[in-house]
Design a protein. Structure first.
Length: 286
């Protein structure tokens, strides 16, 4: 096939997937928890970003020329009031802190930076790190159901008090970088403990980081896309592949059925889970 034929087939595939991809994005808006992340991208000569929103059974992607809160609002929906797990990037401060969870994996990197500075920063970092280890120690038991969420919430209260006390002490430790880090974390202190208040929320953003990793490898191999049409193909295909893998469904079978439906003028099969299927997916994830 010639290069032009390949491009034509890509756009035909995108057209066949318009309806299910649009439905998937609307589905994400209504979910009780979502995990968001973004990575750098290229669209022709312009700098762009690949964004993802991951829920229990559906994952969506978009490519945008912006890394602003406007894109985060687009992914979540204007009326979304579920719990959102993110990093500390400034695209998210508009979201209520009591419904937002900051990624503790990123916070642990801040703690490691304190350890490397030595002095009082190291002492504070070691103490916070010990509390973080205690916090993560029992979390696998929450996932497998052997530890109830109320018991976790109860065990987190003394951890929260101690972590916040240490960070407050760090604001006056005499080391500017550590003082700034502690101040920035405490500024969002309510978003540190959403996972303890609300069941079904993870303390890290690993789900989104894993989902977006194939996109990072795609960008490294192809250097991004040349046009908006190429970006539409990327976001549609990544949405399809990530979602169907979450649901343990065959990707090529679905794409074949979608193309056949588009050619015959019949509705494209939906991938949104019905209640019984959703329960099965949740059990397999747990």
């Amino acid at each position: 096939m010639g290069l032009g034929t390949v491009t034509h087939l890509e756009q035909a595939m995108v057209q066949a997937l318009v309806e299910p991809v649009t439905a998937a994005r609307a589905y994400v808006h209504a979910q009780p928890a979502a995990y968001l992340d973004d990575r750098g991208w290229r669209e022709g000569p312009q700098r762009a970003w690949l964004w993802t929103a991951v829920t229990a059974s559906v994952t969506v992607f978009v490519v945008r020329l912006s890394r602003s809160g406007k894109v985060a609002r687009e992914l979540l929906g204007e009326r979304c009031w579920g719990d959102v797990v993110t990093n500390r990037w400034r695209a998210y401060p508009w979201y209520p802190r009591w419904r937002r969870q900051l990624c503790w994996a990123q916070l642990r990197r801040d703690i490691e930076a304190m350890l490397e500075r030595g002095g009082r920063a190291r002492a504070i970092g070691e103490a916070v790190q010990a509390q973080a280890r205690h916090m993560f120690h029992g979390w696998p038991r929450v996932r497998d159901g052997t530890l109830t969420h109320p018991s976790v919430a109860s065990s987190m209260r003394p951890v929260r008090r101690e972590v916040e006390r240490l960070l407050e002490a760090g604001q006056t430790c005499g080391m500017p970088k550590t003082e700034g880090s502690c101040w920035a974390i405490l500024k969002r202190r309510q978003a540190l403990w959403t996972f303890a208040r609300h069941a079904g929320v993870e303390p890290t953003n690993h789900a989104a980081e894993r989902a977006i990793r194939p996109g990072v490898l795609w960008r490294k191999g192809s250097f991004g896309t040349h046009s908006p049409e190429g970006s539409r193909f990327v976001k549609a295909m990544m949405t399809v592949v990530a979602t169907l893998k979450q649901q343990h469904r065959h990707v090529l079978d679905y794409l074949t059925a979608a193309c056949e439906a588009a050619l015959c003028g019949t509705p494209v099969p939906s991938w949104l889970p019905i209640p019984d299927q959703l329960n099965e997916i949740m059990r397999s994830v747990a």
